[in-house]
Design a protein around this ligand. Structure first.
Ligand code: C2E
Ligand code: MG
Ligand code: MG
Length: 719
């Protein structure tokens, strides 16, 4: 509504009074209606406007001429006038033409009042504003299309003057997470505090040096801050002739997030979320480039016998185990350390600050400690250990590649020295790895050159310490290196395949020696010879035939032969291994489970394995008398072994105190330096004699042989 000081007051009272000519001649449509809005008088201009004859129009109600959409508004205005709330009114409405087209009109109404103050009629001036309206609609449509396009593109636009006042598109408000930007004092208010300096510098450069700005920054939004935008702005001269900035703001959050995700993937291990090799190397390199920095240490870890878990419990369990290990390793890390998975079961740990030898050792011990508690995978409890190699690097002196190679060498030494331990790298280790290389070459000829010898270590009854058996342990008399222990060549022989003929040779030697001892009465009929079988041998289809031949060639009673396998060698191909053990047992010999406790099997698994003897690993025996839990574990293994009708042998017994505890626990047999070390056959014969003959009936036999001179068992199977 407008008041009578409106833009144009259309009807002048003088004209009303002076007659009809002005009304008739007016270029603007003019009408007089009664109180109900019924048309009384109509001028030609109005008739032209509506495309009708004047006669047609007189007597018509205004509502019949008005577009149905605007009838209600018109009635409302009329009501106000009738109530005399006002005597003049102005509003816009649409008329309908007979051809169906619409005319937009601006109406200026004045009430004609009688002497009593009642409304008599209305004088209405009707201005055609159709062209303006169409133009406005077109602009609005364009504006709407622009907004729509901006919303689809996630692109907002703005214009900002030097005072920071902003004119913004709807999309910009949406991006900034605010209903309007009118209350924003300046663009800075929506910029993330960490990015304000950069944004401020760009805006300044744009306004002062007229340099276009192109920058990305984060937003500070009410409901969700941290969204990313790309802003492009340029300097313009505003409507008022003053400097201004116009620009666009693109919401690039999704793009930024996927870029971040890609970058994360490129530098992290997907399974465990730890850093990957690339990131780890990068960190080591960076740390080594820091001038005045402290030395760095790299701990390289390889899980022991991880393949066994994968093969026996499945890859899913294997993955779960890796994730659990990753978490445990991460729990050891301090701020600044990096833990990485290199793939498979290899992990690496970087200690960057304050590296002293004792710090590194304590970290290695801490890692061993966190790995020690069992991991529950489904129904199975798995105990893991890792072989850890540790190497340090001097900033500005060593490269990441060298430090990692050194840690790797040390890790391999830890593996060879019995796994589940750590080794610190020292320069001599490079020689050792060369030595290993040489061993591989030399080993090829060793068997043909007769460089191997079988040593024997007696196994005794835990009560009277009389020998019940002996283990055959191979030795290598290297032409230059001297006596080489199996730890230094068995795995090389295993990986080259030489273990198959070598193992066969040991088996034949051992069977013949045992039979010679029995024959000579050095041992009783119940005496057994124990021979180690490697994983590779167990995988050989010809194994059963070879063993059968060794027994027949030597004449040894099958019951006097024990073949030792480890849990891990069995796990390589569990079903095939199991079938082969059954076939071996069918020959009449017995199977011993070696190094029990170092693998992954539970006590439960003992029930399904076709084994007769459990050899409890030295690492458990070492705990006797030291650690209450260790003792409890040994006792439970012995108890279960007995309950299953199997024999128990304790390995690596060195102390009387250990023997006493084992005796109390009713362990059947004992093997260890306390009684005898592994020695060549002649020495072993003497040792067996010294230890006496097990079982009284044998005393007789020994007695019978007395006086027959030197028996045939004193030499290396010489008869
Ligand atoms: P193993 O089968 O567990 O043999 C027992 C190892 O413990 C032997 O080491 C033995 O000398 C050592 N040992 C026994 N009692 C004590 C003790 O009281 N204290 C200490 N510290 N050690 C003790 P050895 O002879 O060096 O053999 C190491 C491993 O090499 C054997 O472990 C076995 O796995 C393998 N090995 C030896 N000979 C053969 C073979 O002919 N074939 C295969 N496949 N493996 C063999
Ligand atoms: Mg053994
Ligand atoms: Mg053993």
């Amino acid at each position: 509504m407008s008041d009578d000081k409106g833009v144009s007051t259309p009807v002048y009272e003088t004209e009303l009074v002076t007659g009809i000519d002005v009304f008739e001649m007016a270029a603007v449509g003019t009408i007089v209606t009664d109180r109900t809005g019924c048309l009384r008088r109509v001028n030609p201009a109005f008739a032209r406007l509506l495309g009708r004859d004047r006669d047609d129009l007189v007597g018509k109600s205004f509502s019949s001429l008005t577009s149905p959409d605007d009838v209600a508004v018109s009635l409302g205005v009329m009501q106000d006038l009738l109530n005399r709330t006002t005597d003049v009114a102005q509003f816009e409405k649409r008329y309908l033409r007979p051809d169906g087209s619409i005319v937009w009109a601006e109406l200026h109404i004045r009430s004609i009042i009688d002497a009593d103050g009642a409304v008599l009629e209305f004088l209405v001036q009707v201005i055609d504003i159709t062209d303006r309206k169409l133009a406005e609609e077109a602009v609005e449509r364009l504006h709407w299309q622009l907004e729509e396009a901006q919303s689809i593109a996630g692109l907002g636009s703005f214009e900002m003057d030097l005072n920071g006042a902003i004119r913004s598109s709807d999309e910009l408000c949406r991006i900034f997470g605010r209903p309007t930007l009118e209350d924003v004092a300046g663009l800075m208010e929506v910029v993330h505090p960490d990015d304000r300096d950069t944004v401020d510098a760009s805006v300044r450069a744009c306004l002062e040096d007229h340099k276009p700005a192109d920058l990305t920054h984060r937003l500070l939004r009410g409901e969700a801050d941290g969204r990313w935008v790309q802003v492009r702005a340029d300097w313009v001269v505003g409507d008022d002739g003053r400097d201004a900035l116009v620009g666009t703001v693109l919401d690039i959050t999704e793009k930024k997030l996927s870029e971040e995700a890609l970058e994360y993937q490129a530098f992290h291990d997907t399974l465990t979320g730890l850093a990957n090799r690339a990131l780890f190397l990068d960190r080591v390199n960076y740390a080594l480039k820091q001038r005045d920095a402290a030395p760095v240490a790299v701990l390289f870890l390889d899980l022991d016998d991880f393949k066994t878990v994968n093969d026996s419990l499945g890859h899913l369990a294997g993955d779960q185990l890796l994730v659990a290990i990753a978490q445990r390793l991460a729990s050891v890390a301090r701020v600044g350390d990096t833990v990485a998975r290199f793939g498979g079961d290899e992990f690496a740990f970087l200690v960057e600050f304050g590296v002293m030898p004792q710090t590194v050792e304590s970290i290695a011990r801490r890692i061993e400690e966190v790995l020690r508690s069992p991991v529950l995978l489904g129904d199975s409890e798995v105990v893991v250990s890792a072989s850890i190699g540790v190497a340090t690097g001097q900033p500005l002196h060593d490269t990441a590649a060298v430090v990692l190679r050194n840690a790797d060498l040390a890790m391999h030494l830890a593996k060879r020295n019995g796994k589940g331990r750590f080794e610190l790298f020292h320069p001599g280790m490079e020689d050792e790895s060369l030595k290993r290389f040489a061993i591989t070459a030399d080993l090829r000829h060793a068997l043909d050159n007769g460089e191997f010898e079988v040593f024997y270590q007696p196994i005794v009854d835990s009560h009277d310490a009389t020998p019940v058996g002996a283990e055959a342990l191979v030795r290598w008399h290297h032409p230059r290196r001297g006596l080489v222990n199996p730890i230094d060549f068995i795995d090389v022989a295993e990986s080259t395949g030489l273990i198959v003929p070598l193992g066969d040779w040991v088996l034949n030697e051992a069977c013949r020696q045992a039979e010679a001892w029995r024959h000579a009465g050095v041992v009783d009929d119940g005496f057994y010879i124990s021979v180690n079988l490697s994983a590779r041998q167990l995988g050989e289809p010809s194994l059963v035939e070879s063993v059968d031949r060794a027994l027949r060639d030597s004449g040894l009673r099958p019951g006097a032969l024990v073949l030792e396998v480890t849990e891990s060698s069995l796990m390589l191909d569990f079903d095939a291994g199991l079938a082969r053990l059954q076939a071996l047992k069918a020959l009449g010999l017995r199977i011993g489970l070696d190094d029990y406790g170092t693998g992954y099997s539970s006590l439960n698994r003992l029930r399904v394995l076709p084994v007769d003897i459990i050899k409890i690993d030295k690492s458990f025996i070492d705990q006797l008398g030291v650690d209450r839990e260790g003792a409890a574990l040994v006792k439970s293994v012995i108890d279960v072994t007995r309950a299953l009708g199997l024999h128990s042998i304790a390995e690596g017994v060195e102390l009387q105190s250990q023997r006493a505890i084992l005796n109390e626990m009713k362990c059947d047999h004992i093997q260890g330096y306390l009684f005898a070390e592994p020695t060549p056959p002649a020495d072993a014969t003497r040792t067996l004699r010294r230890l006496g003959v097990h079982g009284s009936h044998l005393a007789k036999r020994r007695h019978q042989q007395k006086g027959t001179g030197r028996s045939s068992i004193d030499g290396p199977v010489t008869t």
